[in-house]
Design a protein around this ligand. Structure first.
Ligand code: DGL
Length: 280
């Protein structure tokens, strides 16, 4: 049993295993710049993509509790792997015991909700981590909402390590990006829409655009997660009142602050202050 948390308003927490959630935070801040945010990247333990269900759940739970300790009433898991493997247990088992008023939301449902509107051929491709693909979460969510849409998933286990190691622009990335794209299009040549079902992948966008044939739509998630959050806050005034609105962002990492700052600069094109924190 945990401590009782304060009900004071606080920032919105955005969590990812590493840098990927920055693509979600970016989308959210473009649409909802007025709120305060805390970004937490568990870079020291990234990638999560090939870790077991239990490990991803334990790591994600620690991060959510840390963000609650830091005053967040609402936390977005800006990570598909955590959304696939930890979200439901946190929502159903942990939150009622920790604080039934706090909320944790993920990124899979908002993507599934719009996907049926984006495809004409009704054949969707999912590029994601091994954990997300094997969890079958996308297929289940999409088929609940769009039963006529077929989903082909391909895991790209090396894409996140390439990004976390600042090699997204390097020539090595070309080989691995092309290989997975060719593979998914061979699996289902009728795919007309490709979900980037890992929040890290938009960082590889220049390479992805190079190898995806024209006419195939690439769907990063930031914009859709942001739309979904906006609509959630409009429908839940009680939660909106618990989110402070000062337009600030605090960046936190479990890795070294300088390393995070230098890498994040590549993605954010901005100088930021970074704090180190421990989750264990
Ligand atoms: N960015 C994460 C996702 O959306 C996790 C990547 C990883 O840590 O493997 O799945």
């Amino acid at each position: 049993m945990r401590q009782t948390y304060s009900q004071s308003p606080g920032p919105i927490g955005v969590f990812d295993s590493g840098y990927g959630g920055l693509t979600i935070l970016d989308g959210i801040r473009q649409l909802l710049p007025q709120y305060d945010y805390i970004y937490l990247g568990d870079n020291a333990r990234a990638p999560y993509g090939s870790r077991s269900f239990d490990v991803v759940y334990q790591f994600t739970r620690q991060a959510v509790l840390k963000l609650f300790d830091m005053g967040c009433q609402l936390v977005i898991l800006g990570c598909n792997t955590a959304s696939a493997k930890a979200l439901r247990t946190i929502q159903q088992n942990d939150l009622p015991r920790i604080d039934a008023r706090r909320r944790v939301l993920g990124v899979i449902r908002p993507t599934a909700e719009i996907i049926g509107e984006l495809t004409n051929s009704r054949h969707i491709g999912l590029l994601a981590t091994e954990g997300t693909v094997k969890s079958n979460s996308y297929t289940m969510e999409i088929q609940k909402l769009w039963p006529d849409v077929s989903v082909t998933g391909v895991a790209c286990p090396l894409w996140v390590p390439i990004i976390e190691n600042n090699e997204a622009d390097g020539p090595g990335a070309d080989y691995f990006v092309r290989k997975r794209i060719d593979h998914i299009l061979q699996q289902d040549p009728e795919i007309d829409t490709l979900i980037l079902g890992c929040t890290h992948y938009p960082i590889l966008m220049p390479k992805i655009l190079k190898y995806v044939p024209r006419g195939i739509r690439i769907v990063p998630q930031g914009e859709y997660v942001a739309e979904s959050l906006k609509s959630y806050l409009a429908r839940h005034e009680e939660m909106d009142c618990l989110c402070t609105k000062g337009g600030t962002v605090r960046y936190c990492t479990t890795e070294n602050e300088t390393k995070f700052k230098e890498s994040a600069r590549i993605f954010l094109h901005d100088d930021i202050e970074v704090e180190h924190l421990d989750l264990e």
